[in-house]
Design a protein around this ligand. Structure first.
Ligand code: FMN
Length: 221
């Protein structure tokens, strides 16, 4: 049965307050992150959230958005599953189909963006990334680690996004696609910049990290 509370969710009412003026912290509110006023610690916290996003399927960082630039329709964006995070090397990994639109887009323009938001901690990360298809040993390791269920996605005989007369017309062929390997590709997102935004009642915190220049600074939220 619907209650008034259900409607408040449907109507988009939220406990997120983006007003710039700090509030008096409410008793019983979420504890402030220990990295609150520490630039380097905020960066490290962001990377720890990304690492957790790979391992924890329930983490909102498990399914970020990746944006690319199309040839003639401006930017486009989609959800992917975060498969890898190498904090030291500053890169992330996701898997896709070689025939998908995002592959043609990243081949024409490797600059992309990724977006993450964790409503529990109220942390948003906006990443500037350089996208690259992996090959050789990195490709093999990623393919070997895929589950049979994931492999099925790549056994589709028609290219993803192809028009269909009927939704039942999708074909799968494990043999003809070498179990799906013919169409599988891991993509590395080399993180060039990270923008940290932390919404906190006592005052928001926003920071920019440039891993190509090795610089970091606070920004007006
Ligand atoms: C929760 C969720 C997870 C997804 N994970 C992936 C993924 O890991 N890789 C992928 O190629 N598409 C994934 N998709 C589908 C993409 O969002 C997108 O629809 C598809 O890849 C086609 O995108 P493109 O035509 O822009 O390349 C996922 C969608 C959802 C809703």
């Amino acid at each position: 049965m619907e209650t008034r509370q259900d409607w408040s969710i449907l109507l988009g009412m939220s406990d997120v307050n983006f007003d710039q003026k700090p509030e008096t912290p409410k008793r019983g509110g979420p504890p402030i992150l220990s990295c609150y006023d520490d630039l380097a610690a905020s960066c490290a916290y962001g990377w720890s959230m990304l690492e957790r996003g790979v391992k924890d399927r329930k983490s909102p960082f498990h399914t970020p958005s990746v944006a690319t630039i199309t040839a003639n329709r401006g930017p486009t964006i989609r959800t992917i599953v975060l498969r890898g995070c190498d904090t030291e090397a500053r890169n992330l990994r996701f898997h896709t189909d070689t025939r998908s639109g995002k592959i043609a887009e990243l081949q024409a323009n490797p600059q992309g963006a990724m977006h993450f938001y964790d409503a529990a901690t109220k942390v948003q990360l906006r990443l500037g990334v350089r996208l690259e298809m992996l090959s050789g040993a990195e490709y093999d390791a990623a393919w070997q680690a895929t589950q049979p269920m994931s492999r099925e996605c790549y056994q589709v005989t028609q290219a993803p996004g192809s028009p269909l007369a009927s939704p039942q017309d999708v074909g799968f062929d494990a043999q003809a696609t070498r179990d799906g390997e013919d169409h599988f590709v891991p993509v590395r997102a080399q993180v060039e910049t990270m923008e940290w935004l932390y919404l906190a009642a006592r005052g928001h915190r926003r920071a920019h990290f440039d891993f190509t220049q090795d610089t970091m600074e606070w920004l007006v939220p």
